[in-house]
Design a protein around this ligand. Structure first.
Ligand code: DGL
Length: 277
């Protein structure tokens, strides 16, 4: 299964982190990616720091047991609430710092941040943006209904557009010029977000900047020493099996996927391949 490139472990609470995987695939085509969607415990964005920390630890252990060369926490909520408290030996990236630096690079005067309730409550984006440019105004808005709408596959639905409109109203009234999508699920709503924001607001997400940071670590695209070169790809694990997850994953990655159902708390390596169609 492993290619000659690096073996990279990525996780999110659901399908959202696959937006980061798609960007990683473009930049590191020789990499093999192990992706874990913690669908049994989604959403993270309404939960406490202690709970998110426990989930994050279990997910990281699951991926480290599989010998990954690098870890990407492709979940803003876990990046904001848990990453600092983990003592990780494996090279790792969250999506928060890359997202904040893209927003600062794109911003004029006022950045709007949309994210889950927990990410907004942590204030992590505001800190990260102000650390890079204290002159910028930052306004945040929690959008708890957006993750379930994406997981439901309603990214381009009229109802979604109305809900997005309601959430963004105060930010647009406050005249933001840049909107940072502070949740890895939100790039899937880009079409709706662009329609609601109009041409005067630049949309920024962390998928590209995170994949760029990871690619810098593997300049020759290699990393997993010693294994025979075989076709690289993405291996998908989920803590709850569902055809909806697989359907969305295929759309995001643009390739057929096989889904393996896992219990991250089991120390054994057993997985169960599930029929996703
Ligand atoms: N996609 C995740 C994030 O970036 C979290 C969604 C959720 O589980 O609430 O925050």
């Amino acid at each position: 299964m492993f290619g000659s490139g690096p073996l990279i472990g990525v996780f999110d609470s659901g399908v959202g982190g696959l937006t980061v995987v798609a960007a990683l695939r473009r930049r590191l085509p020789a990499a093999t990616i192990l992706y874990l969607g913690d669908t049994a415990r989604l959403p993270y964005g309404t939960k406490s720091r202690r709970t998110v920390l426990g989930y994050t630890r279990a997910n990281v252990d699951f991926l480290e047991r599989r010998g990954v060369d690098a870890l990407v926490v492709a979940c803003n909520t876990a990046s904001a609430m848990a990453l600092e408290d983990l003592d990780l030996r494996t090279p790792h990236w969250g999506v928060l710092e890359p997202g904040a630096s893209s927003a600062v690079a794109a911003a004029g005067r006022h950045v709007g941040v949309i994210a889950t309730e927990s990410t907004v409550r942590s204030g992590a984006y505001e800190h990260a943006i102000r650390r890079l440019n204290p002159e910028l105004l930052v306004s945040q808005r929690a959008c708890p209904l957006l993750v379930p709408l994406v997981e439901e596959g309603w990214e381009d639905d009229e109802i979604t557009e109305r809900i997005v409109g309601r959430y963004l109203e105060p930010l647009l009234e406050a005249k933001i010029d840049t909107l940072l999508l502070g949740c890895t699920h939100y790039p899937l709503l880009r079409g709706v977000l662009e329609r609601v924001c109009g041409p005067g607001v630049s949309l920024v997400d962390s998928a590209e900047s995170t994949s760029q940071a990871v690619a810098r670590q593997f300049p020759k695209g290699d990393g997993h020493g010693g294994s025979a070169p075989k076709a690289p790809g993405v291996r998908l694990f989920a803590t709850d099996a569902g055809s909806r997850f697989a359907r969305l994953a295929e759309r995001i990655l643009g390739e057929p996927v096989a889904l393996e159902w896992v219990d991250v708390n089991e120390t054994g390596m057993q997985t169960q391949e599930v029929d996703v169609r």
